[in-house]
Ligand binder design. Structure first.
Ligand code: CAA
Length: 249
């Protein structure tokens, strides 16, 4: 059966858990062939066996997004295994929460390296092909905390706010080439990352969400699925919030 993304090839970084995993499944449900990268081989293997049992088949590559050459090799391998990449979801990201006075240089460098250098490394390796082919969809997964700040996240919010600057500049550069570039800014979603926040603090955060609950990864995946479809061709350079009303702009 032909569906919205039939024939499309998608790379979702950091797809083996959380929001990325939901996006992988959703894009596959819409007909795309989906690839992802991983850093932790055991975790990736476990995830693959779970999703295979549900009928999914994803291509996985053991590449750290901090490695520019490695990202280039991954893109070449995906193009050989699945075909030219039409869709990139820059989702790979980590937190290392600590108040700034205590923040070590390594906690700054690691978060910037994965969340922001990774954005450059992956996107830079695919953009030429997208321009040459006249089609592309790039989605950058940011955060509510890029818009409002958060205690303990000076490193993370720097990267997540930076992502949208990147989105707006690149969107303008490639708008006439059939490529859209957008940011999605989820609020607190029920993933491992959010469940790692101490329970008392998490409960205080949930109390600030007008909808009254954490979001679901699948809810973010539905938005990404729309943005990468042909229907969304006039949306570019946007920053779409999905946070249950916790922060309204
Ligand atoms: N509100 C007000 N004051 C706070 C505070 C808070 N939430 N957290 C810490 N402080 C204050 C402390 O009271 C302390 O002040 P005093 O010295 O005057 O007593 C000062 O800041 C220093 O605190 P500590 O460094 O000792 O902080 P801590 O060890 O207690 O923990 C923290 C700090 C690790 C940041 C902890 O508050 C925390 O985990 N917060 C949650 C951060 C968060 O929301 N992360 C989101 C992760 S999920 C995600 O990122 C996904 C997404 O995009 C939404």
């Amino acid at each position: 059966m032909k569906t919205e993304l039939t024939g499309r090839v998608a790379l979702v970084t950091g797809g083996t858990s959380g929001i990325g995993a939901a996006i992988c499944r959703q894009l596959a449900d819409s007909g795309a062939r989906v690839a992802t990268n991983y850093r932790n081989e055991d975790k990736a293997r476990q995830w693959l066996s779970e999703v295979r049992a549900q009928g999914y088949d994803f291509q996985t590559y053991g590449v750290d997004v901090r490695d520019f050459e490695g990202c280039g090799q991954m893109v070449a391998a995906i193009e050989k295994d699945l075909g030219p990449i039409d869709i990139v979801v820059n989702n790979a990201g980590i937190t290392m929460d600590v108040t700034f006075r205590k923040m070590a240089r390594e906690q700054w460098d690691t978060v910037l390296g994965i969340n922001l250098d990774g954005l450059f490394n992956v996107t830079r390796q695919v953009i030429g092909g997208m321009i040459d082919r006249g089609f592309g969809r790039i989605i950058n997964i940011s955060s509510i905390n890029a818009q409002k700040g958060q205690i303990g996240q000076a490193n993370y919010t720097t990267t997540k706010a930076g992502m949208h600057g990147f989105t707006m500049s690149l969107a303008q550069e490639v708008a006439r080439k059939g490529i859209t570039v957008n940011t999605v800014s989820p609020g607190y979603i029920a993933t491992e990352m959010v469940m790692a926040v101490p329970e008392n603090i998490r409960n205080q955060i949930i109390a600030q969400v007008p909808v009254g609950r954490l979001g679901e990864a699948q809810e973010v995946a539905y938005l990404v699925d729309f943005l990468v479809s042909d229907k969304a061709c006039f949306i570019t350079g946007a920053n779409l919030a999905m946070n249950g009303g916790q922060h309204m702009m």
